[in-house]
Design a protein around this ligand. Structure first.
Ligand code: FEO
Length: 411
């Protein structure tokens, strides 16, 4: 990777590729890495937009070299713009202040107390107003727009008026480290699926809960002439920023009943009896030729399960009763789905029990207020009997028929 890269006149990417076995947010695996993008805007004065986390994958070590590589000494940066206070973008704030005691920190009104709470810094911190402009000189003007809850309440975005570059922090972001290029127009055909899946996974893991806020922000910024979208994770969109905006609108609308006519199967099994019934369900789905993605838990991490489930109009939840309740790995997935507003799904639940059931009672409690349209359940003691297998196949086909009636939103 270059040590930094120019993205417009007087604007540079100064971010870092992070490869780490640490989990993102302490929850989500990032086997393909992630980028944490910072940007420098240089007029007569210099602004650094968003920062990096402290340590981990080399992020904090590299930022200083990145800034130096464009000929700017760290103590010549005038402003540190913090669009969002989550520590992946701010963890290096206290160190930066030590290196450059005069640097002014600008953030939203709700950001100011978080700078104090996370880093104990209150001097030289100023709240900018929604819509406020900051003249850097030599034609460079930053404008700030509040974008609450994309991803936290204090979030704002920054827009450079002369180059028409939008710095939206988490919005329009993705998992995945750069592979020797940073722009959308440099993505080779063989990497397109990689970025599509890592963008959707990032959305389902990090942003999904805030889908209405995403739509609100996109509407609010609709009047801006945006030439480049420079998010704080993932690709920089200079050829076709409209694509990532359209993708994010589609992802956000998956929170309502605008999902894809596909089925995600989430299943767990202790001794194979739920696996046996699942094969019958899949035979039923296959009769309607509906696309299916299958995830077994806990073998597959929740991060990947959520990505496919977010997109899919249909779900099969196949799991046994475990100690009078839900098989715990599936319970964890259901809890995440509830937290993250996986609403308006068509759902079939099947599974076995030993002595008595219990999973279905807890399942119904858990999915309360998720607006799921459920068929089944199909529960059976021990191993499934021929009549159970026949019923499972019928229910699989019925779910697939319902899902098939939905029109795809992909373009
Ligand atoms: Fe990438 Fe919400 O921080």
């Amino acid at each position: 990777m270059p040590t930094s890269e120019k993205i417009a006149e007087g604007v540079w990417w100064t971010g870092v590729n992070v490869y780490t076995s640490d989990l993102f947010e302490g929850i989500w695996p990032i086997p393909n890495g992630v980028t944490i993008n910072s940007y420098v805007v240089k007029g007569n004065k210099v602004a650094l937009i968003d920062l990096v986390k402290a340590g981990g994958g080399g992020s904090s070590e590299n930022i200083i070299d990145q800034v130096k590589s464009i000929g700017i000494a760290v103590n010549h940066i005038d402003y540190l713009i913090l669009n969002h206070l989550e520590p992946d973008h701010t963890g290096y704030t206290a160190a930066m202040r030590e290196l450059n005691p005069k640097i002014q920190i600008l953030t939203s009104e709700k950001g100011v107390p978080l700078v104090k709470a996370f880093y104990g810094i209150s001097d030289g911190v100023r709240a900018v107003k929604d819509g406020e402009e900051l003249e850097l000189g030599n034609g460079k003007v930053l404008q700030f727009f509040y974008a609450p809850n994309v991803h936290w309440p204090e979030t704002m975005v920054t827009y450079e008026k002369s180059t028409k570059v939008l710095f939206p922090c988490d919005a329009f972001g993705s998992f995945g480290a750069f592979k020797g290029y940073i722009f959308d127009d440099q993505v080779p055909p063989e990497d397109e699926a990689f970025w599509a899946s890592e963008t959707l996974r990032y959305y389902a893991n990090i942003v999904a809960t805030f889908s209405q806020s995403v739509l609100n922000a996109i509407k609010k910024l609709g009047g801006l002439d945006i030439k480049v979208i420079a998010p704080s994770h993932g690709l920089i969109w200079r050829k076709n920023p409209g694509k990532v905006i359209a993708d994010y609108v589609r992802y956000a609308n998956y929170m309502s009943d605008f999902q894809e006519p596909e089925i995600t199967v989430i299943w767990g099994s202790m001794y194979g009896n739920t696996g046996t019934i699942l094969r019958a369900v899949l035979r039923g789905i296959a009769q309607e030729s509906v696309e299916v993605t299958i995830h077994k838990v806990p073998e597959t991490d929740a991060s990947f399960v959520l990505a496919d489930a977010w997109r899919s109009a249909g779900l099969v939840i196949a799991m046994p009763t475990y100690e009078y309740s839900i098989f715990p790995p599936v319970a964890y997935i259901l809890d995440l789905m509830k937290l993250k507003h996986f609403w308006h799904k068509k759902v079939l639940r099947v599974g076995s029990f030993g002595w008595v059931g219990g999973a279905q009672k807890h399942f119904i409690e858990k999915i309360d207020k998720m607006f799921w349209d459920c068929i089944g359940p199909l529960e059976y003691q021990g191993a499934p009997k021929p009549e159970d297998l026949k019923k499972a196949e019928e229910l699989g086909q019925e779910l697939a028929r319902q899902v098939k009636a939905i029109k795809s939103k992909k373009t």
